[in-house]
Design a protein around this ligand. Structure first.
Ligand code: S3P
Length: 171
């Protein structure tokens, strides 16, 4: 079984994903790390030298490779839902879990993070709100389960996801 985590920057995909993987006895894969390895550049370098469009190409390519491996929890980047072909892959590879929190919470978690080029030189709250407007319907379209990470601590959120996986026959 594999689980794919989607959701905005700062939703807790990496932290919660690692803990979920440990509990399920699965590996943990971070799609951004795969992109960095493939491009041999950091995420900010890819954005500044090659542009966001090329980053999205790497992202699509790495997602297509990563979904083939089923014994893992896969944490994706916040923008993975933007491409229709990626959304199709997510549909084809359930369960997809959407980790979510309001823009105010996300902004406070990601403010000042130099590894997130989308918030470099902009107000993180303005950006988080803008991304929320565009992406919320796309996360909703792709997700089998919606989890608010600002309402539970990480352990409770993991318990909730595992209960869903068990009840839905995935685990
Ligand atoms: C992005 C989110 C980032 C990373 C890149 C773009 C986005 O991943 O893929 O900076 O478009 O929201 P996280 O969601 O893990 O921060």
């Amino acid at each position: 079984m594999g689980v794919i985590l989607i959701g905005p920057m700062g939703a807790g995909k990496s932290e919660l994903g690692k803990s979920l993987a440990r509990r399920l006895g699965l590996g943990f894969v971070d799609l951004d790390k795969q992109i960095v390895a493939q491009a041999e550049m950091t995420i900010p370098e890819i954005f500044s030298r090659l542009g966001e469009k090329v980053f999205r190409q790497y992202e699509a390519q790495c997602l297509a490779q990563a979904v083939d491996s089923k014994q893992q929890v896969l944490a994706t980047g916040g923008g993975v839902v933007l491409r229709e072909s990626n959304r199709k892959l997510l549909h084809q590879n359930p369960p997809v879990v959407w980790l979510d929190a309001p823009p105010e919470v996300l902004a406070s978690r990601i403010a000042g993070d130099a590894n997130r080029p989308l918030i470099a030189d902009v107000d993180p709250l303005v950006k988080a709100r803008e991304l929320d407007t565009v992406r919320r319907p796309l996360y909703a379209e792709c997700a089998n389960l919606h989890v608010r990470t600002d309402q539970f601590d990480a352990e409770q959120a993991v318990d909730y996801i595992i209960a869903y996986l068990t009840e839905s026959g995935h685990a």
